[in-house]
Structure formats: structure tokens, C-alpha cells
Design a binder for this molecule. Structure first.
Ligand code: BTN
Length: 236
């Protein structure tokens, strides 16, 4: 266990079900905690999906408490994490982009997923858990080979997971803006399929609003969609 700064404790684990669940269980301690694990046995993604977490990747979660963060600014938490991952990859010479809202892609394949779980008090966010899974040298299951990638596949060499983790933690400590997120916003202008409930809607991706909503053009006109109501499928 290390003190990262005066307010944050960093815990390194060998194995855990999910680093997000680990810090969520410690919310009652009311202090900022970062936890990293070498592997997860029950890694979780968004929308109830699982997240493959073999040894060799970065699996980390940060629990943070806020005094006065309006719920309408929730997207700042996501954009800060997404830009931190993209900047980390850039340091290692890998060009990445955001597949809105929470995936990071390299060469059209997912290299990282972000899972954010907030608690609210009235119209304020009282705490957030930012969970990041970054594929570094870890093996990927066969079913993900067409849609996911790793730093080692893209860079053609193995990376030090400890170094990548420390760089990512450094990037996560910086404040980011929506403009920085927009610079990494991927697939703008491309035809995609939107999954909205049971509907599959063809659309063109346009941009992201200041609040983090997705702007798209559909046959019925322009629409602004939240991540809760839509999933985006790009062409492989
Ligand atoms: C997604 O791709 O939908 C989000 C994946 C988030 C995975 C990370 S790994 C660390 C943290 N612990 C989890 O169980 N999930 C997040």
C-alpha cells in the first residue's frame, strides 16, 4: 500500500473479482482510494457485460469523493479518464481515439474500456468509481480477436505493466476539458448503426455535446442521444 498524495491511498492486489467492486465496498471509509490488480476473475464492463482481465493488462479503479460536483457535469469524469488513456497511449507512440462514450480504440479495435459508477446526493455527485481496463500484454480470448487489441500487438513489443500503470495514474491526475476529449473523438462522419432498445438505426456520427451526448444524423434528422439510451456499432 502506498500514499499517492496526501489524500489518496494506492492498493496493489494480485487478484480480485473486480477492482470496481473492491473500491465500492470501501466507500464507507470516505477516502480516495486507487486499486490496481494483476488480474480480475470477474471484470465488469458497461451494460452488464464482462471484461476479459487476464494477467498482463492494467486493471485499475479510482474511488473519489466530491464536495460540489453538479450531476449535470458527470461527463467530466468520463472525459478525464478517456483523455488520460489516450495521452498514455500517445506517450508509447500509439495513436488512439475514443469510440464514444467509454471505449478507446487503436486501429479500429478496442484497447481499453472505462466503467464509471457514481453515487449521488440530490443534484450533486458525491463519489465516483472510475474503472479502467487497458490491454497491455495480456492474451485476449478468441472471440475478441476481431474486435479488440493490445498495446503489445499494436507496438510489436512487450511493455512494462508497472510503467504503463504509473504513467496512466499520472495522466489521470490532470484536469481535462471537453475540447481535449473532442480531439480524440473517433469515427466522426462515418456511417454507423445505433442500437436503441430493440431498434437498429443507421446514422452518421457527428460530434459530442458539452454534456457528453452523442450528436448523430439519422433519416429523420439530427438527434442528441445519451449513453444510457444508445449503443453504437461501427463497421469493422
Ligand atoms: C467496458 O468496456 O464496457 C468497460 C470495461 C471496464 C473494465 C475495468 S477493469 C477495472 C475495473 N474493474 C472492473 O470490473 N471493470 C473496470
Amino acid at each position: 500500500m502506498y500514499e499517492m498524495d496526501e489524500e489518496t491511498t494506492w492498493i496493489c492486489l494480485e487478484e480480485i473479482g473486480s477492482t470496481n467492486d473492491y473500491v465500492k465496498d470501501r466507500r464507507s471509509e470516505k477516502r480516495n482510494i486507487t486499486v490496481t490488480a494483476k488480474r480480475q476473475t470477474g471484470g465488469r464492463g458497461t451494460k452488464g457485460r464482462s471484461f476479459s482481465s487476464e494477467e498482463g493488462g492494467v486493471y485499475l479503479s479510482q474511488l473519489k469523493f466530491y464536495e460540489n460536483l453538479p450531476a449535470k457535469n458527470a461527463f467530466t469524469i468520463m472525459l478525464t479518464a478517456a483523455v488520460a488513456v489516450c495521452e498514455t497511449l500517445r506517450f508509447y507512440g500509439l495513436t488512439s481515439l475514443v469510440k464514444w462514450p467509454n471505449d478507446i480504440h487503436v486501429n479500429r479495435k478496442k484497447i481499453c474500456g472505462i466503467l464509471i459508477e457514481n453515487t449521488f446526493s440530490g443534484d450533486k455527485i458525491s463519489s465516483s468509481v472510475v474503472g479502467i481496463g487497458l490491454n497491455v500484454n495480456n492474451p485476449l480470448p478468441d472471440e475478441l480477436l476481431n474486435i479488440a487489441t493490445t498495446m503489445s500487438k499494436e507496438g510489436g513489443k512487450a511493455y512494462s505493466v508497472e510503467e504503463v500503470t504509473e504513467r496512466l495514474l499520472g495522466e489521470l491526475s490532470k484536469q481535462r476539458t471537453i475540447e481535449e476529449y473532442r480531439r480524440y473523438f473517433g469515427y466522426a462522419g462515418e456511417r454507423v448503426t445505433l442500437l436503441i432498445g430493440d431498434e437498429r438505426v443507421p446514422a452518421t456520427l457527428l460530434s459530442v455535446s458539452d454534456e457528453g451526448k452523442l450528436r448523430v444524423e439519422t433519416a429523420t434528422g439530427e438527434r442528441l442521444l445519451s449513453s444510457a439510451e444508445v449503443s453504437v456499432r461501427i463497421e469493422e
